[in-house]
Structure formats: C-alpha cells, structure tokens
Design a protein around this ligand. Structure first.
Ligand code: SAM
Length: 252
C-alpha cells in the first residue's frame, strides 16, 4: 500500500484529476512490484516514499511536457512507446491517467517484461477503463525494433527514462517517431553538456528541440529536466546504427 494522502496531494499539484478509489491501481502496482522484486531484480527503490517520489511522481511529471505539445494533444488516442521501460517507467503510471493511449512497452530484458505482463493482466481485470487491446509488450532491442515497419515511424509520443546518455537515447528513439510526433526524454537537471552533445544527432535524425523544461519535482526535492523534440521528417534509414553502437559510441 502507498501513502494515499501524500500521493493524491502531489497528483493534484501536478494537475491530475482522478477518482480516489481508482488510485488502488498504484497500491496494486507497488505491492506486485515489491513481491516480484524478491525473485527478479526490477528496482533498487523499494521504500514506499522513495518509490512514490522517484518512480511514480517522476514518471507522472511528464505531464509538464504536454503543455508544449499541440492543444489537447495528450487527450487524443495516441500511439506511445516507452524505450527501455524496465518495470514500466514512465509509461505504465501515465497509462492510468491516459487509458485511451495505445501503449507499447519495449525492453531487451524479458524478465522485466514478464513483470509488466503479470501486472497489466491483473490491472485490466480489475479496472474497466483499462483495455487489453491498448497495451503491447515488446521484447526487442530498440535497434532491432526500428528495422521493422510495424514500429518505425509509427508513434505519436516516445518516452525514455534512464536508458542511456541523451545522444544515444535520441538516436535509438527518433526512428520510432511519426513525422510530426514527439520524443520526451527524462533527465536530471544538469543536462547542458548532454544537450550540447546531442545537438548533432538531433539534426541528423531530423528532429528539432521544442523545449527543455527544468524543474523541481513538487515536494520531493528531486531536480529534473524534460527534453521535448519534434520530428520534422523521416529519420534516415542509417539510424540507429547497428546494435549497441548508439550506446557505445554516441554521435557527438
Ligand atoms: N525506464 C526504466 C526506468 O526509468 O526505471 C528502466 C531504466 S533501466 C536503468 C534501463 C533499461 O533500458 C533496462 O531495462 C535495459 O534493459 C533497457 N535498455 C537499454 N538499452 C536498450 C536497448 N538498446 N533496447 C531496449 N532496451 C534497452
């Protein structure tokens, strides 16, 4: 169980509207993740307050980026993908508030995806507003998925948190984005060096920075940035370069 009064107060500050009863979704998520974590390494963050701050509220802070997207964009039936989702961050907590999105959760590590499959089945059984046809689990490396037309140029919104340095994350992510769609990278606040390093790959992948938002995350004391990039036209087929090169030798 998570501390409901603290969590709902912070959600309201982030601008979310919700039915108090439905927040049991996050109790289920926390309880199942902690139980699964006893046999499968999913996260080091297990203490309840830290879990709320560093996993839930951090993921949900993406809402701040939505005001820089076209009007009412996030309320649409978007196709979204989370690259290197791990145990589902940031896209699983976001899906609770945007259940009309069609979400794909991609990771190269199957055991993490097994947890997501387990939890999402439970959640879909319990909450009518979550639909099984709106969630897809993708066990692939990002580089391999983008070779497949099912994934390339298909997504309105791409999320990435704690996957790699910004330049690498952008190289891996931009091929997934539709023309006119957006990438949202979640980073620490001291992002300037990484941003400078990423300038070249943003141009090469046909992206344009819309906004870099730096902020303190409510009452958590965490300092964060969101990097929003718009895809102007298709990313050349050479990106991302062959397996692991984007991460081992970023184009900076
Ligand atoms: N995004 C989650 C979060 O913020 O808690 C997980 C972060 S974890 C540090 C990084 C994840 O990215 C790992 O689960 C790893 O397997 C995945 N990953 C790293 N490189 C990847 C790639 N090229 N393709 C797919 N997944 C990748």
């Amino acid at each position: 169980m998570i501390n409901r009064s603290y969590f709902s107060e912070q959600l309201t500050k982030l601008g979310y509207e919700f039915k108090e009863d439905n927040l049991s979704f996050f109790d289920l998520f926390y309880d199942e993740l902690i139980a699964w974590n006893t046999h499968t390494n999913l996260t080091r963050i297990t203490e309840e307050k830290e879990f709320i701050d560093k996993h839930l509220l951090d993921s949900l802070s993406c809402k701040k980026a939505f005001e820089f997207l076209p009007d009412d964009y996030a309320n649409g039936e978007l196709k979204c993908i989370d690259i290197g989702t791990g145990a589902g961050f940031p896209l699983l907590p976001l899906w609770f508030f945007y259940p009309q999105w069609k979400i794909s959760l991609l990771d190269s590590v199957k055991k993490k995806l097994d947890f997501i499959e387990h939890f999402s089945k439970l959640a879909i059984e319990k909450y009518d507003f979550l639909k099984s046809e709106n969630i897809e689990i993708v066990h692939l490396r990002a580089e391999d998925a983008t070779n497949n037309l099912k994934f390339r140029d298909q997504y309105d919104l791409i999320f990435g948190r704690a996957v790699s340095k910004l330049a690498s994350l952008i190289e891996l992510s931009m091929p997934f984005v539709k023309e006119g769609g957006f990438f949202i990278g979640m980073k620490r606040i001291d992002i300037d060096d990484e941003l400078n390093e990423a300038e070249r790959i943003i141009k090469l992948t046909n992206g344009e920075i819309v906004k870099v938002i730096k902020f303190e995350l409510l009452d958590t004391g965490l300092e964060r940035s969101l990097v929003i990039i718009k895809k102007l036209k298709k990313t050349p087929k050479i990106f991302p370069r062959r397996t692991s090169l984007a991460q081992k030798q970023p184009m900076i």
